[in-house]
Design a protein around this ligand. Structure first.
Ligand code: IMP
Length: 193
């Protein structure tokens, strides 16, 4: 079954493809417009993106809305993670806001809400989280976005291989739950991937 991936974020696209392909999903990209993400939650924004892409292409569309929630910043940047500061300055801005904050107050988590919208209006949704802390400096060249400042057990996501990140990341967890829900949905419909 062919699904269109509704994202303009190259880092996410790479992860989507490597998470969706083992499920037997043919994940295609298309030049689709970017809807305004004016939802009040990760789940609402994921739905907005998937629904817009499905409407535009006529294909089932998968989107994720994701972000970093920092305890010390009362959950910011959260759903505003992509717009939190100027491009290229986002990681530094988080590090600056946490300057002088001790390790035990640097807790943070990533959230990924995944949504698939079908042309008949049905949707399949799942969410994943992963918990860690904000490092004192940026480390590692892998991944994207805030990966190089998000640590688990002293290792940043930017220092992980792709497989290691998928095994522990919010998106890895969200897509694992999504696969199960999608298979249940398709089984009820008498369809297959
Ligand atoms: P959006 O979901 O397109 O609104 O963007 C989410 C933003 O959150 C991205 O631009 C990244 O800055 C950040 N983000 C989401 N997932 C990850 C991740 O896996 N690693 C690092 N940053 C992420």
């Amino acid at each position: 079954m062919k699904f269109v991936i509704a994202t303009h974020n190259k880092g996410k696209l790479v992860e989507f493809q490597r998470l969706l392909e083992p499920m037997g999903i043919e994940a295609v990209t298309m030049d689709i417009s970017e809807p305004e993400e004016d939802g009040a939650s990760f789940a609402e924004n994921a739905y907005i993106k998937a629904a817009a892409a499905c409407k535009e292409t006529g294909l089932p569309a998968v989107a994720d809305d994701s972000g970093l929630c920092v305890d010390y910043l009362d959950g910011a940047p959260g759903i505003y993670s992509a717009r939190f500061a100027q491009p290229g300055k986002r990681r530094l801005t988080v590090l600056e806001k946490l300057q002088g904050v001790p390790l035990e107050q640097r807790g943070a988590h990533f959230v990924s809400a995944v949504c698939c919208v079908f042309p008949n209006g049905d949707r399949v949704e799942a969410e994943g989280k992963c918990f860690g802390s904000i490092g004192f400096e940026s480390r590692g060249e892998n991944g994207f976005g805030y990966d190089s400042i998000f640590e688990q057990d002293g290792v940043t996501f930017g220092e992980l291989t792709a497989a290691e990140k998928d095994a522990r990341s919010h998106r890895g967890h969200a897509f694992a739950a999504f696969e199960k829900k999608l298979r249940d949905y398709l089984e009820r419909k008498g369809a297959e991937l």
